[in-house]
Write a new protein. Structure first.
Length: 271
C-alpha cells in the first residue's frame, strides 16, 4: 500500500499496520450486525441514524467503526503503533512499516516534541468529517460545518468519539486539530479511510446523505454504545495474525473478514 504515493521513497512501498486493524473492526461490525443484533436492534440503530434502509445503516456503521482509529495516524501516536500487540505476524511486518515511515520522516522523535499528544479520539473527531464527505471550502478541521446537510455527519462523529458529544466540541476538538499534523498526514488519513470505504463498499462522500437524523436530535447514544462494543473485540490476538506488508486490499479484506467471523463466533459462544 503506497498511500497514493505519499510514503514512496526510492521505489519502495511503505506499509502501515493500522490499516489491518481498521479493516478488521469494519468487518467485526458487519458480523455483529448480521449474526448478533436482533431485528429490533438493527431497526433502532438505523432509525437513530436516520438511514432509510437497514443495509445503509450497516454500511455506515462499519465504515465509522473502521475509521474510528484514524486519529492514530498523527505525529504523536504513530511512532508507538503496534508496540502493545504481541502478534508474530505483526512482528515480521513491523520493520517494513518502520523503514518506510523513517524514509518519509514520520517517526523522528522531534515530531513528538513539536505536536501535543492529544487523545486519538479528539484527533479523530477533528479530522474525520472532512474524510467522510464534508468537503466544504470554509470548513476547517476541528470546527463544525454550518451546512444543514452535514449536521448528521458531525453529530455521528462527535457521538462516537466524545463522551460529552457536541457540548465539548469547541474546547477539545479544535485544539486536537492542531495535533493532527500537516505535511503528508492528511493524505495518509485520506488513504486509510479510503481503503476502509472500499472494504465496506460505501463511498465516503455518500455518508452525509445517509445520516439524516430526526430534527432536534442532539446525540446518538446507540451509535456510541455499539461502536464502543465493537472496539473491544480482541482482533489483535496472536493466533489471528496481521496482513503482510505488500498484500493488496482484496487479500487484506479477506483476512479481515476471516478474523471477524472467528472473533465474533468465539465471543458469542463465551457470552
Amino acid at each position: 500500500m503506497d498511500f497514493d504515493g505519499v510514503l514512496l521513497r526510492r521505489g519502495e512501498l511503505a506499509w502501515n499496520p493500522l490499516i489491518a486493524d481498521m479493516l478488521c473492526h469494519a468487518s467485526v461490525t458487519q458480523e455483529v450486525w448480521d449474526r448478533v443484533l436482533s431485528t429490533a436492534q438493527r431497526y433502532e440503530l438505523a432509525d437513530e441514524l436516520g438511514c432509510d434502509e437497514e443495509d445503509a445503516a450497516r454500511q455506515v456503521l462499519s465504515l465509522l467503526a473502521g475509521a474510528r482509529r484514524v486519529g492514530e495516524a498523527s505525529p504523536a501516536w504513530m511512532n508507538g503503533f503496534g508496540t502493545t500487540v504481541h502478534s508474530p505476524a505483526l512482528e515480521i511486518a513491523r520493520p517494513s512499516w518502520q523503514r518506510g515511515a523513517e524514509r518519509a520522516g514520520l517517526t523522528a522523535s522531534v515530531l513528538r516534541l513539536r505536536f501535543p499528544a492529544e487523545p486519538v479520539e479528539r484527533i479523530g473527531a477533528a479530522v474525520l468529517p472532512r474524510l467522510l464527505g464534508c468537503d466544504c471550502p470554509e470548513f476547517r478541521d476541528g470546527e463544525q460545518c454550518a451546512k444543514p446537510r452535514h449536521s448528521g455527519l458531525f453529530l455521528a462523529v462527535c457521538s462516537m468519539f466524545l463522551k460529552g458529544g457536541n457540548d465539548v466540541h469547541t474546547d477539545t476538538v479544535a485544539v486536537a486539530a492542531r495535533a493532527a499534523g500537516r505535511g503528508p498526514w492528511p493524505a495518509i488519513r485520506k488513504a486509510l479511510v479510503g481503503e476502509v470505504a472500499r472494504h465496506t463498499g460505501l463511498k465516503p462522500g455518500w455518508v452525509p446523505d445517509l445520516i439524516q437524523p430526526k430534527e432536534g436530535e442532539s446525540h446518538f447514544p446507540g451509535l456510541r454504545r455499539f461502536s464502543d462494543a465493537v472496539a473491544r473485540f480482541p482482533i489483535d490476538a496472536p493466533s489471528y495474525g496481521y496482513a503482510r506488508p505488500n498484500d493488496p486490499l482484496e487479500k487484506m479484506s479477506q483476512r479481515a473478514h476471516l478474523i471477524a467471523r472467528t472473533v465474533v463466533a468465539c465471543q458469542t459462544r463465551l457470552a
